[in-house]
Design a protein around this ligand. Structure first.
Ligand SMILES: Cc1cc2nc3c(=O)[nH]c(=O)nc-3n(C[C@H](O)[C@H](O)[C@H](O)COP(=O)(O)OP(=O)(O)OC[C@H]3O[C@@H](n4cnc5c(N)ncnc54)[C@H](O)[C@@H]3O)c2cc1C
Length: 355
């Protein structure tokens, strides 16, 4: 899925940069800004298909009331504003990729993702929130045999579903978004939800219903009871409707969107000092017990930590000063307000500050 204001890299490449940020939640996004102010370039990795972390995934339409200077803003709009704010720094995003392993190199760190992307950097910033969002599996007997072959819980590549007969299951934003987005490329889409009410954005519900009314997709109000097929290749889903009527819907792929839980995931194996599944940091630089690895946002653990977006913004500013010394070991850091950042001033306001 392409996201406005995001420079995305193809999976599987090799890159060198100054800093890698794990997590494109609000704190990871603001870290791009704070690092950028000090001339530090970043790459951002997120397993989600879009930036914004919890704001984008869990509450895009909920009003947030405690961002300084902004009396009210939704999770989706805050994400969009952060992307606009960091655009001048040209961070490279690796979306749909899980930061999977981390190893020390002579000059810094080498981080690899589950899709084979490798990035070398001088500093690592973990902004992984509550961990990676992990899909909740539907309670369908024998589903494991089909997972990763013909049953999927996320769309990593839209093209993988082109020309296929799809069943999409679920009633939230992901199920609706992918029904709408895959309908033009799939051979056929059937959306199955257990009741005729949807949790997704009203606009998406209306678009999905319009597709159903026009006969471009099938909408079934039913529960999936079983899967048919051999050797991991699905040939149909067995459904039962609300009146107890049963049937089979033929398909080549099932996409199930039953919600997400958050798990620490591979970061647990990075060898960092953990405190109840969060990374213990100092409050001067937000550095972990491993030099060169920083942690900000919900995943940071220190006395008095509040899991708030504004706390993560503050942590980003101090972290960037700590990271500077790894990226530019020979340079002295001179603190400046953004009013003195001439290039940024020029980009954002179109004027240059007077000397
Ligand atoms: C319903 C709700 C309402 C809230 N309302 C408010 C509010 O009004 N005001 C407020 O200040 N806060 C609010 N919060 C809390 C706020 O959302 C969090 O404090 C904030 O999202 C933390 O930001 P973050 O960047 O640290 O992490 P997150 O937003 O959790 O983002 C972390 C990102 O890291 C990614 N990730 C994790 N591990 C990996 C990995 N190994 N590889 C790749 N990617 C990975 C995840 O996919 C995720 O996108 C609310 C939270 C919820 C659930």
């Amino acid at each position: 899925m392409s996201v406005d204001g995001v420079q995305s890299a193809e999976p599987g490449g090799r890159h060198e940069t100054d800093a890698v940020i794990i997590g494109a939640g609000p704190c990871g996004l603001f870290a791009v800004f704070e690092l950028g102010l000090l001339g530090i370039k970043s790459h951002v990795i997120d397993i989600q298909d879009k930036p914004g972390g919890q704001c984008a995934e869990l509450y895009p339409e909920k009003p947030i009331l405690d961002i300084p200077g902004i009396p009210v803003i939704t999770g989706a709009d805050l994400t969009a504003r952060l992307l606009e704010q960091i655009a001048p720094f040209g961070a490279v995003f690796h979306l749909n990729e899980m930061a999977d392993s981390l190893e020390k190199t002579e000059s810094g760190w080498r981080i690899a993702t589950d899709l084979g992307t490798v990035i070398e950097a001088k500093a690592i910033i973990v902004a992984a929130g509550g961990g990676s969002f992990t899909p909740k599996k539907p309670p369908i007997p024998g589903i494991e045999a089909f997972e990763g072959k013909s049953v999927f819980y996320a769309v990593r590549k839209r093209d993988a579903f082109a020309g296929k007969k799809l069943v999409i299951a679920g009633g939230g934003d992901s199920a609706l978004d992918w029904t709408i987005n895959l309908e033009p490329v799939a051979e056929h889409v059937t959306l199955i939800h257990r009741r005729d009410e949807f949790r997704g954005a009203p606009e998406s519900v209306a678009r999905m219903r319009a597709l159903a009314d026009a006969g471009k997709i099938d909408l079934k109000i039913a529960q999936i009871k079983g899967l048919e097929g051999d050797d991991g290749a699905i040939s149909g889903v067995a459904i039962e409707d609300t009146q107890g009527g049963a049937g089979i819907i033929g398909c080549e792929r099932l996409l199930a969107f039953y919600g997400l839980t958050m798990k620490l995931g591979p970061i647990a194996g990075f060898g960092l000092n953990l405190n109840e599944n969060r990374i213990a940091v100092d409050t001067e630089k937000f550095e972990s017990s491993t030099p060169g690895i920083f942690c900000i946002g919900d995943m940071a653990s220190y006395p008095g930590k509040l899991k708030l977006i504004l706390s993560g913004f503050h942590e980003s500013a101090l972290m960037s000063h700590g990271a500077f010394h790894y990226v530019f070991p020979d340079r002295k850091l001179k603190f400046q307000h953004t009013t003195s950042a001439r290039e940024l001033q020029r980009t954002v306001t179109g004027t240059t500050p007077a000397d």
